[in-house]
Write a protein that binds this ligand. Structure first.
Ligand code: GLU
Length: 472
């Protein structure tokens, strides 16, 4: 938890951004225009639950509109406030810019503990919240497009899309009013795993840069590196699953709400996930020891620490004791401004949130494009590509007089389906963005860490749009 003299989440983001603005010598007017949150809506609305009226509070902040729609998730959480929503909306602006997703930044929250309500009640509350957002101009395919975040998922997105459709049946693009929908309701393959997948691609790209491997004091490759992960929600679960199953990373600790599990031999993420689904807790998981004080386990020695839960987890209170070589911010804002300074001084390398968890919004962008083009990716070219593959394989056989093996033939002739294209697009996006961050770090003598480099690269793009178009 944050110490009392640490700035709020929004202030913390601003301070980090200020550091970048100073490093890049941006004029103060443009800087102020970029940093300012454009609009915040607060709604309070009544819903009748089990015969009693309950009043709910929600927010939607639009941080930037230099590109439209403004984009960002909606969280359902028992702890949320305007400061947090504004901070998260600002992060969305920088996040979209760094990965070249042509959207502004936005974020929403509903103050609710979803575990206290049943499915039908949650549907009623979600639909009512959507109505408020649509009526007040804070939700539409052209201007403001939500997505899942903490406490929300495909189900809530489907309710939002359906509510918007009923309000605006004449809008041919109604299904693009929200992303992260179920695939059968206009969603895209690979969106659920996207943020975790993006974290994996970010780490892989880091390990392709020998200078970064060196600066983090690593030797060798990603395989066999130890990792502590905080949060086994959608993002943490997928990141941990892919890193262990595909890259040979060893998860030595998992931190959850109710404590932490530790095993230096490595924790099987799929088994743990099944255990949590069955028992609702990490406790009594065989083959790992349980530690009551989860936060303490953040300090466990490891190669890679992945905070994938809440903001403000690494603070002035514990930053000094963090014992990881590399921290990858899968969550938004897990490190406070003060802790960031401490870690930088210690030489801990941090892959910042605005880049590390941008996989979600990147695939949301693909989904939005799919929705406004009214066709799934790969539909036109898959069979055509397969035919070309067969022609190529036959040509090879004719030219060499040898037959192409069945394995080779099937890999050459496989046309890409939507999931292949989504993963390829995401991988490319994560690589290119990292390279831009790296170039910024190399070419700006005032920039000394990946976070500042990320903000400089991102703000340079946003500033260009303000400077080219002017202020209206
Ligand atoms: N909630 C996710 C985030 O914070 C996804 C946003 C989106 O897909 O629009 O990045």
């Amino acid at each position: 938890m944050k110490t009392n003299n640490e700035p709020s989440f929004r202030k913390s983001v601003d301070l980090m951004v200020d550091k970048a603005i100073t490093a890049m010598n941006l004029d103060m007017g443009t800087a102020q225009a970029i940093k300012t949150c454009n609009a915040v809506l607060q709604v309070k609305f009544p819903v009748k639950i089990r015969g009693k009226i309950e009043v709910f509070t929600g927010w939607r902040a639009t941080h930037s509109t230099h590109r439209l729609p403004s984009k960002g998730g909606i969280r359902f959480a028992p702890y949320a406030d305007q400061d947090e929503v504004e901070a998260l909306a600002a992060l969305m602006t920088y996040k979209c810019a760094i990965v070249d997703v042509p959207f502004g930044g936005s974020k929403g929250a509903l103050l609710i503990d979803p575990s206290l309500y049943d499915r039908d009640e949650l549907e009623m509350i979600t639909r009512r919240f959507t109505l408020e957002l649509v009526r007040k101009g804070f939700l539409s395919p052209a201007t403001n497009v939500p997505a899942p975040d903490m406490g929300t998922g495909q189900r809530e997105m489907a309710w939002i899309a359906d509510t918007y459709k009923h309000l605006h049946p004449e809008d041919i693009n109604y299904v693009a009013c929200v992303t992260g929908k179920p695939v059968h309701h206009g969603g895209i393959q690979g969106r659920v795993e996207a943020t975790g997948r993006g974290v994996q691609y970010a780490i892989r790209e880091f390990f392709r840069h020998s200078e970064d491997i060196k600066s983090a004091n690593f030797t060798g490759t990603l395989e066999g590196k130890t990792c502590v992960i905080q949060g086994l929600g959608n993002v943490g679960y997928h990141a941990a699953k892919f890193l262990t199953e595909e890259d040979g990373v060893i998860i030595t600790a998992v931190i959850e709400r109710d404590g932490a599990l530790i095993s230096d031999q490595g924790i099987n993420i799929e088994d743990l996930f099944q255990h949590i689904s069955e028992h609702g807790t990490i406790k009594n998981f065989p083959s790992a020891s349980f530690e009551e004080d989860g936060l303490k386990v953040l300090e466990k020695e490891c190669d890679i620490l992945i905070p994938a839960a809440l903001e403000s987890q690494i603070t002035l209170e514990n930053a000094d004791r963090i014992n990881a070589k590399l921290i990858v911010e899968a969550a938004n804002g897990p490190i406070t401004y003060g802790a960031d300074e401490t870690l930088n001084k210690k030489g801990t390398i941090i892959i910042p949130d605005a880049y590390a968890n941008a996989g979600g919004v990147t695939v949301s962008y693909f989904e939005w494009i799919r929705n406004i083009s009214h066709m799934r990716f790969g539909r036109m070219q898959k069979r055509h590509d397969e035919l070309r593959g067969h022609q190529f394989a036959s040509m090879l056989e004719e030219a060499t007089g040898k037959s192409v093996s069945n394995n080779l033939r099937s890999s050459i002739t496989k046309g890409a389906d939507e999931l292949d294209l989504v993963r390829s697009g995401l991988d490319d996006t994560m690589r290119l963005a990292y390279q831009q961050i790296r170039d910024t770090l190399d070419n700006n003598e005032n920039v000394h860490d990946l976070r500042t480099a990320c903000y400089v690269a991102s703000i340079t793009k946003i500033a260009r749009s303000y400077i080219d178009i002017g202020v209206f």
